[in-house]
Write a protein that binds this ligand. Structure first.
Ligand code: HEC
Ligand code: HEC
Ligand code: HEC
Ligand code: HEC
Length: 331
């Protein structure tokens, strides 16, 4: 279906490594989606993502903000340091940019200003592949991040869930991100919102093949982000230790995947294992080599998603957590 033509669309490689955060001038706000995506909105409202809208009222947040020199809790919503991961920020005309909610639709699908009126001009259930292809191409060009762009979609999650700002951790006292983050289970729990095929009546499970593909992409991205994080460490304090620990534990998980798959292990993943096993790589003040390896991982992920739809990775079902993180919304 969607995947069938995804190969003719523009592909994304190196630019993904340095994800640019949401363009505030393109943000419309999730009210704009209610008319046609009511179930998605209801699901969003049950998530911790949505609850971020009240972060500035949280005591711990005030403490972290104070440590970072943000003068009052109210300013948390104005500081890019916090808003990039906790809020949806909108900039309208010449007015100052303003937080209009927690993590929301556009945090993951990108600011809708240029694509809103392009992406909804038909329905793939009615106008078939041809209409769909045209619509998707136009929307992608206008910035819509579609779920079939697995690499980009998953990169989004890691860019917020691994905190690679050393000062925020060592001085601010912020956590180094979600230590338990696991892409597949964190996507199929409270975050899940697959209502399209049923016109809103059921929240469909993520297909098995997609889960397998995402599982591999998730571990590889975790490795890439942790290495970039480690490369940025300038002192041997909490941040450095957390990034180092994550590199070591993720490296083990990648080995586990390769061993589980045996002969079916994808070449891209083996290449990743090879480059991350370089002796002495995970050491202090090793920014150059760590970044080179992180870039190589990124390249391999891009190749992996093109070559592997998950259908040959069935053995991974034994590793993929059955439970989702949080409860999926049911209409
Ligand atoms: C006027 C109705 C309408 C509005 C408003 C609308 N959408 Fe959609 N949306 C659709 C339709 C119809 C489709 C399916 C089109 C197709 O088949 O390609 C769709 C598809 C999508 C998809 C792609 C799903 C997929 O896998 O193909 C995403 C993501 C999406 N919308 C997000 C949003 C967001 C975010 C907003 C608010 C900023 C929004 N939409 C507003 C009607 C709408
Ligand atoms: C790179 C993304 C990122 C940035 C930047 C960021 N956060 Fe967070 N924050 C997170 C994530 C992800 C979590 C959830 C961590 C988890 O799952 O344990 C979190 C959790 C929190 C929590 C709850 C957990 C705790 O430590 O008690 C608070 C409070 C918080 N952040 C405040 C802030 C404040 C204030 C700022 C700005 C000074 C900020 N964050 C900047 C990503 C970020
Ligand atoms: C714009 C930043 C951002 C993006 C993008 C993002 N998250 Fe989050 N997410 C957060 C923050 C911040 C929290 C912490 C909220 C809290 O604890 O109050 C969070 C919380 C969560 C939680 C709840 C965790 C818990 O402790 O129960 C899940 C699950 C989750 N995210 C999954 C995902 C997945 C999967 C993706 C990608 C599809 C994703 N997130 C993308 C910022 C983000
Ligand atoms: C945390 C990131 C995140 C947020 C927030 C988010 N999405 Fe999504 N969205 C995704 C991902 C990832 C997928 C693919 C899901 C999968 O593979 O199971 C997706 C899938 C979709 C689809 C296609 C689902 C299907 O049935 O084919 C639509 C439509 C959509 N999102 C619209 C929205 C709307 C509208 C909102 C806001 C109410 C929203 N999304 C909020 C990440 C997000």
């Amino acid at each position: 279906m969607l995947l069938a033509f995804a190969i003719c669309l523009p592909t994304y490689g190196q630019d993904i490594a340095s994800k640019k955060f949401l363009q505030h001038s393109k943000v419309l706000g999730s009210e704009k989606c209610i008319e046609c995506h009511e179930s998605e909105i209801k699901a969003l409202h049950e998530t911790k993502h949505y609850a971020n809208k009240d972060l500035h009222k949280d005591k711990r947040a005030a403490e972290i903000a104070r440590n970072m020199g943000i003068s009052s809790p109210a300013k948390i919503q104005l500081s890019g340091l916090c808003t990039q991961c906790h809020f949806t920020v909108q900039k309208r005309g010449s007015a100052p940019a303003k937080a209009i909610g927690g993590v929301s639709c556009e945090s993951c699908h990108e600011g809708a200003k240029d694509w809103l009126d392009l992406h909804n001009t038909g329905d793939r259930r009615d106008d078939g592949e041809k209409g769909l292809k045209k619509r998707v191409e136009a929307s992608v060009a206008a910035g819509l991040l579609y779920p079939f762009e697995v690499h980009k979609v998953a990169t989004n999650c890691y860019s917020c869930h691994i905190v690679t700002d050393e000062k925020l951790v060592n001085i601010g006292g912020h956590s180094p991100g979600s230590t338990e983050f696991e892409l597949v289970s964190w996507l199929k729990g409270e975050v899940r919102h697959n209502f399209f095929e049923s016109k809103g009546s059921t929240n469909a499970a993520t297909p098995k093949n997609r889960q397998r593909q995402l599982y591999v992409v998730g571990k590889a991205l975790e490795m890439e982000f942790s290495m970039r994080g480690l490369a940025r460490a300038t002192e041997k304090a909490d941040y450095y230790k957390a990034m180092g620990r994550r590199c070591v534990s993720t490296r083990k998980k990648i080995t586990e995947i390769i061993e589980t798959l045996g002969d079916a292990a994808p070449a891209e993943l083996k290449k990743i294992q090879e480059v991350i096993s370089t002796k002495g790589l995970l050491s202090f003040e090793n920014a150059g080599p760590l970044t080179t390896v992180a870039d190589e991982i990124n390249k391999q992920i891009a190749m992996f998603v093109k070559e592997n739809d998950g259908s040959k990775l069935g053995a991974l079902d034994a590793l993929i957590p059955a439970e989702g993180k949080g409860t999926a919304y049911t209409p």
